[in-house]
Design a protein around this ligand. Structure first.
Ligand code: ADP
Ligand code: ZN
Ligand code: ZN
Length: 751
């Protein structure tokens, strides 16, 4: 007898409801079962789904329904709560269930045949048995590359430090309540230790329990993995901690996924994609640096892993901890007191570890240089957090890149053998080349943007489409040989700083071999310097080893890395974000500067002399005043007040529809036509007119967008659900002929 199955397969983004197809099978298979099914001429991976949802067997000729090819025996069906997560994500982010489900599975599950997967499972099984027989040696398999988990000597004890009073307090709250929690803790306040102990408690409470810990960037996973493996491998074995992120090879990813799915892995560490890991006994989810924009996917379903983590916590009955020193304004708002409508429990750890009591005793920092904006003798009130200094650039020589006091402060660091870090949010040498005779500028022929001058290889490169050319010898338009660089990026900053420090010698470097003394070592870390595999690691190692005196870079260096010997961090020119048209720009700037501040003085011995410098033309701007006080709450309050007045998130919900077309008219007419069609049922939502995107043309494709806003998230969701078929229908209109693609971005982060 045949059973009818509804099977999800990977389908193009907008095949309405079409991602669930009908198949038959000799045996009944529960939803969540992984199967291989014929699709056209190919065979593909499918997930058996609950037939009630979007199933169209009635319309089909039963004679044409094909049989499934095989089931992936040996892999247990995906759990009901995983299916709920996928169904929710698809509905909320306006994508097909099949697309979301299949994208959430490791690529090799799709790419390998049932037989090949069978073999892997078998090898994995014998590997695990061997490990069990030998004690806990790491499972290594030459064919599958190195194990994602660094092996740790099993005899190493899992030391747990004595908790600070703040940490104990916070953990007691976590144990005593169901959450979700927002752990608002200063950089270095010991949040990671809280995560470790919360995970420990969850795993101890239940022999099957699993925990998911997410970080925003792949670069941060090795540090975290080392800490978790060191703590938990001795307790639960080397296979207990696995990682899931896009830096793994496909075989590694499959193996991590299988460990999580089977329950062998008790702890999964990962980036945003890990939110979809199959974990049948999930009891705790940690989202570290929850404010980080990397949690929002920039393609496909454009999901927010942080927001899905909260949903997942609810359906799985897992506690959720969001952690940050500068929470997103959304999370901050949701963690207001319950009496005012808050839904998360806010936990606070204001003090840096080991500094809470020593700060007051150590006020003897070096005398600050002159010309610095500051009050009368600045005390060090903030539990050892670095002193924030603003340099008023209005009082500096015109066009100065480095103010005199900042340069002096950097030289003072060099003389003491300490390190400094300067960041600027723009890579390359200069953002534009231009001709002063005829006004020519280095526009990209394919984009509405300038090509950036990279001096190192003398190229003009478009950062949007990648179009690269050699720098012309003379102005391509008038022949003037004198074309000049306008503005500056990190490359130029590095060059300029090296010139300014050219006659400074490193302390103690004068010797018989080197009578002149050694020059100061300036290094740069940004997306250009780290393009090669392993480059970032070796450049970071050079900084850690003390081979660098001054580090220049983009915000890449301001995030996460634990530089112990850096005692001065400077933002060269951060004002741009104060005047951005993106309402989230100040939030991002504040969080970046706070994080950068956290980079300085991680070494307890140097913490008291650490400083964060901000060069600004707006020294009295409230953002910088709050930064100076290390006062996130007052910054948040001021921003939330503005957002409330303007009706912006979190006081409203937004979605963007983006369209790409051959012409700007086609992109806009698609959006405007869809908007017109929606008017009859657009209740409690505002549809704004279509506008060109800020970079209107990329790689010769015109881009436009339309904002949809509602005071109610539910109303917006209801509207988007109804509108979806209209958008599909609009696409077929003659005036939308040049349309290439469109997509909805729910809760967009950049507008
Ligand atoms: P955060 O994640 O909040 O930035 P970490 O958890 O990384 O902070 O802690 C900062 C430093 O303090 C780390 O080196 C960590 O090992 C150490 N640390 C954390 N908690 C304790 C503690 N209770 N006792 C001693 N050292 C601690
Ligand atoms: Zn010219
Ligand atoms: Zn371009």
């Amino acid at each position: 007898m045949s059973h009818w199955l509804c099977v999800l397969v990977q389908t193009p983004a907008h095949a309405t409801l079409g991602s669930a197809l009908s198949y038959k099978s000799d045996i009944a298979l529960p939803p969540g079962t992984l199967v291989r099914v014929p699709l056209g001429k190919r065979e593909t991976l499918g997930v058996v789904w609950d037939g009630a949802a979007g199933h169209h067997t009635g319309e089909l000729d039963p004679g044409k329904i094909k049989s499934i090819a095989s089931t992936l025996d040996g892999i247990a069906p995906l759990s009901h709560s995983w299916q709920q997560l996928i169904a929710f994500a698809a509905k909320y982010y306006q994508r097909s269930v099949g697309e979301v489900a299949l994208a959430a599975l490791p690529p090799q599950l799709r790419d390998l045949s049932a037989l090949q997967i069978q073999r892997r499972l078998k090898r994995r099984q014998t590997g695990l048995e061997k490990v069990a027989a030998q004690g806990s040696t790491a499972l290594t398999d030459a064919a599958e590359g190195t194990s994602p988990v660094a092996p740790t000597p099993p005899e190493q004890p899992a030391e747990q430090p004595d908790l600070s009073p703040e940490q104990s307090d916070v953990l007691a709250q976590i144990h005593g309540h169901s959450g979700p929690f927002l752990l608002f803790g200063a950089t270095g306040s010991g949040k990671t230790e809280v995560y470790l102990q919360a995970v420990h408690a969850a795993l101890q409470a239940d022999p099957l329990a699993q925990a998911l810990v997410m970080v925003p960037e792949i670069n941060l996973t090795p540090q975290l993995e080392a800490r978790f493996t060191q703590r938990f491998a001795p307790l639960y074995g080397d296979d207990a901690v696995v990682s899931i992120h896009s830096g793994l090879t496909h075989p590694q990813r499959l193996r991590s996924w299988l460990s999580a799915h089977s329950g062998t892995a008790r702890i999964v560490l990962g980036t945003r994609m890990a939110v979809f890991a199959s974990m049948a006994h999930l009891r705790l989810i940690v989202v570290d640096e929850e404010h980080d924009p990397s949690y929002k996917s920039g393609e496909g379903s454009r999901y927010s892993a942080r927001d899905l983590a909260l949903y997942r916590g609810r359906v799985d009955g897992a506690k959720v901890i969001l952690g940050s020193a500068t929470p997103s304004l959304e999370s901050w708002h949701h963690s207001r007191p319950a009496a005012e409508g808050g839904r998360y429990q806010r936990l606070h750890m204001p003090s840096r570890i080991g500094r809470a009591h020593s700060a007051a005793e150590n006020l003897t920092s070096a005398e600050p240089p002159a010309h610095v904006q500051r009050g009368p003798t600045p005390p060090r009130p903030h539990d050892g957090l670095p002193l924030v200094r603003r340099v008023d650039m209005n009082h500096q020589p015109r066009n100065a890149v480095f103010s005199i006091p900042l340069l002096e402060a950097i030289k003072a660091r060099i003389a003491r053998g300490e390190q400094s870090m300067v960041f600027l949010n723009r890579r390359g040498y200069a953002p534009v080349l231009h001709c002063s005779d005829c006004g020519w500028k280095s526009e990209c022929p394919h984009c509405s943007a300038f090509r950036v001058f990279h001096k190192i290889d003398r190229t003009l490169r478009c950062h949007h489409c990648g179009y690269t050319e050699r720098v012309p010898r003379a102005c391509p338009s008038c022949g003037n040989p004198d074309i000049a660089a306008m503005g500056r990026g990190t490359e130029r900053l590095e060059e300029h700083l090296s010139e300014l420090l050219a006659d400074v010698r490193r302390p103690g470097s004068i010797s018989a071999q080197c009578p002149e003394g050694e020059a100061v070592r300036v290094a740069r870390i940004d997306a250009d310097s780290t393009r090669l595999r392993g480059a970032l690691q070796s450049q970071l190692a050079a900084v850690h080893a003390g081979d660098v005196d001054v580090l220049v870079g983009t915000q890449m260096i301001a995030k996460g890395h634990d530089f112990r010997r850096i005692t001065l961090v400077a933002a060269a020119n951060p004002d741009g974000a104060l005047f951005s048209s993106d309402f989230r720009a100040p939030e991002r700037l504040f969080s970046l500067l706070m994080q950068a501040t956290g980079r300085a003085g991680r070494d307890a011995a140097l913490g008291e002399v650490s400083e964060m410098w901000v060069q600004t033309f707006q020294p009295r701007h409230p953002l910088y005043l709050a930064l100076k006080q290390h006062d996130y709450p007052s910054f948040a309050e001021q921003q939330l007040k503005e957002r409330e007045q303007a009706g912006l998130p979190p006081f409203s919900a937004q979605a963007l529809v983006r369209a790409q077309a051959r012409t700007q008219e086609a992109a806009q007419s698609f959006l405007n036509a869809a908007s017109a069609a929606a008017q009859p049922y657009a209740q409690h939502v505002t549809l704004y007119p279509a506008v060109p995107m800020s970079i209107q043309r990329v790689a010769n494709i015109e881009r436009a967008q339309m904002l949809v806003e509602s005071p109610s998230r539910a109303a917006l969701q209801r509207f988007l659900g109804e509108w979806q078929s209209e958008l599909h229908a609009t696409r077929q209109l003659p005036e939308c002929k040049g349309l290439i693609r469109w997509a909805v971005d729910v809760d967009p982060l950049a507008i």
